[in-house]
Design a protein around this ligand. Sequence first.
Ligand code: NAD
Ligand code: MG
Length: 384
Amino acid sequence: MKNIVILGSTGSIGKNTLEVARNLKDKFRVIGLSSNSRWELLSDQIEEFKPTYIALNDSKLVEKIKGRFPNNNVKVITGSNCLEEIVQKKEVDIVVSAVVGAVGLPAAIATLQQGKILALANKESLVMAGHIVMSLAKKNQILPVDSEHSAIFQSLQSGKPGEIKRVIITASGGPFYDYPREKLCDVSPAQALKHPTWQMGQKITIDSATLMNKALEIIEAKWLFDLKIEQIDVVIHPQSIIHSMVEFCDGSVIAQMGMPDMKVPIQYALTYPERKALSVKSFDLSSIGNLTFKKPDMEKFPALKLGYQAAREGGTIGAILNAANEVAVQAFLDGHIRFTEIVSYVEKMVNDHHFIKNPCLEDVLAADIWARQEIKNALFKRIN
Ligand code: NAD
Ligand code: MG
């Protein structure tokens, strides 16, 4: 029996993780939950899974949850360090990091320092500080939840690290892959939030439309699998059936496939190295018909170029790229900037920032704060 904590339990990955835990009650006990949204859903989760701990940063949520569970049978951890505190509880075996954004970094670090398994969906923590996160991780202490990285992790089991020629990360291309380039500046948040193959949270859905998600995944792959930039390729595969591939030195290419369903990589991260039964939509190639592939268009989707630049140059660029992107995506969702301006603003922040080659954690966090403030200033000037 393993004790798990889910950071971001009311989100898309969080809910899928609870579904996996619900189906494997004899293997997993949910002892901790955390969220900063949707208190009714969180209350239902508390009622069903009866966790020992809840971590809540939002004081309004604390009041509501304490009101709903007045008998103190759930311990509520509050304050800005609540995620780090909950992962450090001694009973915890596995932490599923399913929060969105930079808030995941300190909790990822605390999880690894405590020697616990980190099932990682929060790619932002690797994008910001992959060199720090990976230096703390023992072999297989971080298990990827991102579907592409789970696919690479599974495919890598066919060979040894020295035998890898390259990885090929697949991308659905998002809703605008075939959309006319000159009309991209006019797409609305509602259009951008319609992902063709995956149901996800808002931020990652917009990242998938700009292809910034793939940029973040290039950086994530570099750190997780210790790859050189020349070993990371991206291919557009609109059906999202092949979740990614590894080409070995003998020319063999191993792919992991399946219907798009995040429960598959989540469950594999939780049960690794074992596999357990999971009921998923049947895999019927004849009804899928065609699997198609295209070269990514870096001119139409400049986020990809930024992803390669950040992966190549390292240092503080990842933190800047991530923070600027978080703010720009929110500004687009709030109707303040155009779709194409998301990546333009990120690029400007990456170019303007004071680069540090080997940043410590404080440097990374300072770069994050700088980028947020700088882009907010730029947006403020624009809007007013
Ligand atoms: P989401 O927006 O649906 O959920 C985010 C969750 O994090 C919510 O429960 C929210 O309350 C919580 N949260 C946000 N800020 C918090 C804070 N400060 N403290 C505590 N909780 C906080 O997002 P999602 O789509 O589930 O994505 C989560 C992460 O997983 C992201 O890093 C994303 O890139 C990654 N990911 C998601 C998918 C997917 O299919 N959704 C696939 C691969 C990777
Ligand atoms: Mg992914």
